[in-house]
Design a binder for this molecule. Structure first.
Ligand code: ADP
Length: 497
């Protein structure tokens, strides 16, 4: 029995490794950025060897830094940027082309074609997803279309496909194991989230041979063993989940109806819907939250394109802020927004509006409007958009949100968190350790290895640092929500012209 869990957190721009002890505390952290490639407008690529190289470097570094004997590490948990697709040679373990990153839009045309073929309903029913270039399936088709004898090599088992988790498991196991967990599989648009199988009809639709697919495993449980030559000891990999799913687990949103919001560049909201895969009537995605002991828990997911990014915009483009953190101080210099509303729809509006033509709009300005009002309105807009998504989740799931767990860079803003609690009429809880993604991966691994006996025990380790309780009444809330919705309608009306 070891005393530590090693979390590998492979993100879009950097790889991180975090060593966690029995009490769930972070012992050491290492982080390394890796290159992004933009070969054409709207295209985003990674070099899979650079993903692996940076991840391997930080895993070694964090062990060295901590001074912990690798034999003391009980298990590894992996969490990763989702949907990014990698193809590699089954014999050499070398990537056969650049990895296509989740952000890449190159397969939008394939998606349009699927919509024309009226596949929308079938895909939603089986995968819980909307047809979009974001998900892995069309990326794999694109790669096989563009490499020499792609389909032939794939059929002969000479090429393997995997999302980033799968690639890391393959590399860590010395090429012995080709597997992915249910959460990552649920983002491929190839996986039936009800039967928990790769789906023949979906594979046929894209012409993908089954031979390239990884075995699908639970998020918590033995997956593979990291080769002793890599980290100085044989360490079992016992946890794996996509980043947002891991964050939901790391926030210990274990009960139906519990939700988390990550306030980063955009906002990512997930609500646990228990054993039910809830269909959304509001443009949310249905996804697998995690799989443990052969059973899966489902979640509803909604994302907001512009979250903390609006604060970056105020800082870098309008130059009304020296730092993102200063937004709190400025917002508190005025009692309210002075009647203005800012809808930061810079790249359109996501759930529940789905308007790709909407653009950022400031409404209601007068001679007295100053930068503090604009900063305040921007922070309020982050919370209002989050409320839009959470209300959609409540309506789709029939659950009433009792508390919202928060993390991500902008969750450090106390004004934003208080306004979020006020506008929802719900308690907002910020944990002591905001590294919830890595924590989630570690919890999944430690639960399987026996370091933690139950999810209840894990819940007890979760320490809330600050709690924000709603200080407003229902009248205020309804009025504020009505003003916001009116503003969004106005923005959409403008976009139609
Ligand atoms: P990502 O993982 O998407 O890069 P982070 O979780 O690191 O994002 O959060 C960074 C974002 O949070 C930036 O958009 C930044 O503007 C915003 N941000 C950081 N600190 C604050 C703050 N104190 N108040 C408001 N926004 C903040």
């Amino acid at each position: 029995m070891g005393n530590y869990i090693l979390a590998a957190d492979q993100g879009t721009t950097s790889s991180r490794a975090i060593l966690i002890d029995r009490q769930g505390r972070m012992v050491a952290v290492a982080q390394k950025e890796f290159p992004q490639y933009y070969p054409q407008n709207g295209w985003v690529e990674h070099n899979a060897n650079e993903i692996w190289g940076s991840q391997y470097d930080v895993l070694k570094e964090v062990i060295e830094k901590s001074g912990v004997d690798p034999k003391e590490i009980e298990a590894i948990g992996i969490t990763n940027q989702r949907e990014t697709a990698i193809l590699w040679d089954a014999k050499t373990g070398e990537p056969v082309c650049p990895a296509i990153v989740w952000q890449c839009r190159r397969t939008a045309g394939i998606c349009e074609e699927l919509k024309r073929q009226s596949k929308t309903e079938m895909i939603r029913e089986k995968t819980g997803l909307v047809i979009d270039a974001y998900f892995s399936g069309t990326k794999v088709k694109w790669m096989l279309d563009h490499i020499q004898d792609g389909y032939g090599r794939a059929k002969r088992g000479e090429i393997l496909f995997g999302t980033v988790d799968s690639w890391l498991i393959y590399k860590l196991s010395g090429g012995k194991v080709h597997a992915t967990d249910v959460t990552n599989a649920s983002r491929t648009m190839l996986f039936n989230i009800h039967t928990l199988q790769w789906d023949d009809e979906l594979l046929e639709m894209l012409g993908l041979p089954k031979e390239i697919l990884p075995e699908v495993v639970m998020s918590s449980g033995y997956i593979a063993t990291a080769d002793a030559s890599l980290l100085g000891a044989e360490i079992p990999i016992m946890g794996c989940a996509g980043d947002q799913h891991a964050a939901l687990f790391g926030q210990t949103c274990f009960r139906k109806g519990e939700a988390k919001n990550t306030y980063g560049t955009g906002c990512f909201l997930l609500m646990n819907t228990g054993a039910t895969a809830c269909n959304s009537n509001n443009g949310l995605v249905t996804t697998i939250a995690w799989g443990i002991d052969g059973k899966v828990t489902y979640a509803l997911e909604g994302s907001i394109f512009i979250g903390g990014a609006v604060i970056q915009w105020l800082r870098d483009e309008l130059k009304v802020l020296d730092s993102a953190a200063q937004s709190e101080e400025l917002a508190l210099q005025v009692p309210d927004t002075g009647g203005i509303v800012f809808v930061p729809a810079f790249t359109g509006l996501g759930a529940p509006y789905w308007d790709m033509y909407a653009r950022g709009t400031l409404l209601g300005a007068d001679r007295g409007t100053n930068k503090c009002h604009i900063v305040r309105a921007s922070l309020e807009a982050i919370a209002q958009q989050s409320a839009d998504v959470l209300h959609a989740m409540e309506s789709d799931s029939g659950e009433r949100l009792e508390r919202l767990l928060v993390d991500g860079g902008a969750s450090a803003n106390n004004f934003l968190m208080q306004f979020q609690a006020d506008i929802l009429g719900t308690t907002v809880q910020r944990p002591q350790c905001v590294e919830t993604t890595a924590l989630g991966a570690a919890y999944l691994a430690g639960l399987a290895s026996g370091m933690w006996k139950s999810m209840d025990e894990i819940s007890r380790m979760h320490v809330v640092e600050t709690e924000f309780r709603s200080e407003k009444d229902a009248y205020w809330r309804e009025n504020q929500r009505a003003i916001w919705k009116h503003a969004v309608e106005t923005v959409q009306f403008w976009a139609k012209k």
